[in-house]
Every structure is written in C-alpha cells, then in structure tokens.
Design a protein around this ligand. Structure first.
Ligand code: HEC
Length: 103
C-alpha cells in the first residue's frame, strides 16, 4: 500500500464517527443473537421466539434492558437473559438502532 493511500485510509478512519460508536450489526452477530432470532432478525428458530426488526429503537432498547434486568421475565425471556449479561447498555443501544433500521 502506498503511503498516500495509507494516509487517506487512516484519515477516513479517524474522521468517521462510526469507528467510535459500537457497530450494532456486528454486535448482533458476535453476541450470538442470530442463533435465536435469525441472521436477518426475522427468521427465529422457534415459532414462539420473536422477530426483532422493524420496531422502534426505543421499544427494542427497552425490551433488551428489561430482559437483562429481569423486569421482563416470562417463560420465554429466561432463554435470552443469560446472553444479555454479556451485553453492555451502550451495545444494547447500538443493536437497537441497527434492528430498528432493518426491515
Ligand atoms: C437463546 C435464544 C436467544 C438469544 C441468543 C437471544 N434472544 Fe432475544 N429473545 C429470545 C426470546 C425467546 C425472546 C422472547 C422473550 C419473551 O417471550 O419475553 C426474545 C426477545 C427479544 C427482544 C424483544 C422483542 C419484542 O418484540 O419484544 C429483542 C429486541 C431481542 N430478543 C433481541 C436480542 C438480541 C439483540 C440478542 C443478542 C444480544 C438476543 N435477542 C439474543 C431468545 C433469544
């Protein structure tokens, strides 16, 4: 790679805000969400599991926080609670933004 291209790439990375914000799409994959909700967020592995795209980011964020904290706890949410222990509030926000913007 030439020095010019390297410099341009570095500048792009430094100036892009997305480098600093958590990447919701990458997190959705790396945290294992797709194992239950499907790669596209709308093909869950069981009929009783919800599709997670297309809701508002506010709603989606709150549901994840409630499942994490246990405020939302029915038979089904227990399945997801363990996963949420490894997801920070900032990551929840980024994932919610990604899911709300997908359809
Ligand atoms: C082991 C399976 C499993 C995994 C892994 C999992 N979930 Fe879930 N998720 C569920 C189930 C089951 C529910 C429904 C809970 C209920 O019935 O209260 C749910 C509910 C939700 C909801 C609420 C949907 C709504 O309409 O209220 C969202 C949002 C969500 N999951 C996102 C995620 C994200 C993001 C991840 C990864 C960090 C994740 N889930 C990982 C099983 C899972």
């Amino acid at each position: 790679m030439s020095k010019k291209i390297l410099l341009a790439t570095t500048l792009m990375l430094v100036m892009s805000p997305s480098v600093f914000a958590a990447d919701g799409e990458a997190l959705y994959a790396s945290k294992g969400c797709l194992a239950c909700h499907g790669a596209d967020g709308k093909s869950p592995i069981a009929p009783a599991y919800p599709k997670v795209v297309g809701q508002s980011k506010e709603y989606t964020e709150q549901q994840m926080k409630d499942i994490k904290s246990g405020a939302r706890s029915n038979g089904q949410s227990a399945v997801m609670k363990g996963i949420m222990a490894a997801v920070t509030d900032e990551e929840i926000k980024a994932i919610a933004e990604f899911l709300a913007s997908s359809s």
